[in-house]
Design a protein around this ligand. Structure first.
Ligand code: ATP
Ligand code: MG
Length: 208
């Protein structure tokens, strides 16, 4: 499978659309255990990304990931802007100079992104953050490079997002609630599930 700038543009546009549609839902999730800005942060940031990439023609994958990351870093506040921004910028470093990539190269980029999120946010698995979706999805991709079933990726990201409901938050504002954070789905894990679901939808449609 060869993935190029057009597929990445399509994914980012679909992700932006989903985040606009789910803005209130993400806000509700963040109101329960945080400060209620996650929906706004994500919708605003990806709207900026959407406009930026629509009006730019990219000659390689590194450049579109870098532009996306820089836009999120500079336009989105809170914890999520820098974390998602770092993720895209780390992908860019792996993809610089590549006009297309295969699933193995995409996996390398996403692994670098995960490492970047962890280096920046210092969260571990089961701390009730976006890591609880990213880590298992990247693990799955590493184990199935040649045989990825994108339906499985969608299912997995959704399942891991739902599973954050039973966890106690150890990072971010939600951690101030201690055990009272149990029983609510993590907002960042939810936006991460959208990230991987929209990516999977686009890649499912790419012929081998
Ligand atoms: N240290 C961290 N590492 C990884 N993800 C994190 C970390 N801190 C917060 N998050 C993720 O960010 C989400 C909240 O993002 P939001 O846009 O609401 O920013 P925020 O209000 O500044 O965050 P927070 O209150 O959690 O510090 C959380 O649901 C969680 O998934
Ligand atoms: Mg918040």
């Amino acid at each position: 499978m060869e993935i190029g700038v057009e597929e990445i543009k399509q994914w980012l546009q679909q992700l932006s659309q989903t985040l606009q549609n789910k803005k209130e839902y993400l806000t509700d999730l963040d109101q329960a255990i945080g400060d209620g800005d996650h929906g706004l942060n994500m919708a605003r940031g990806f709207k900026e990304v959407s406009v930026k990439i629509e009006n730019t023609s990219y000659t390689d994958l590194g450049l579109i990931f870098k532009d996306t990351g820089m836009t999120l870093l500079t336009k989105v506040g809170g914890a999520s802007g820098p974390l998602y921004g770092t993720a895209f910028i780390k992908c860019a470093t792996v993809l610089t100079g590549k006009v297309t990539m295969n699933v193995s190269e995409l996996t390398d980029a996403l692994e670098a992104a995960l490492n970047g999120i962890q280096a920046r946010g210092k969260a571990n698995l089961f701390d009730k953050t976006m890591i609880d979706v990213w880590e298992p999805v990247v693990s799955y991709l590493k184990d199935h490079k040649d045989s990825v079933d994108w339906e499985d990726v969608m299912r997995l990201s959704n399942e891991k997002m739902e599973a954050t409901k039973d966890l106690e938050a150890k990072k971010g504002r939600a951690s101030y609630l201690g055990k009272r954070s149990i029983g609510f789905i993590d907002p960042g894990a939810t936006s991460s599930a959208y990230f991987f679901t929209e990516l999977s939808k686009v890649l499912k449609g790419v012929s081998k």
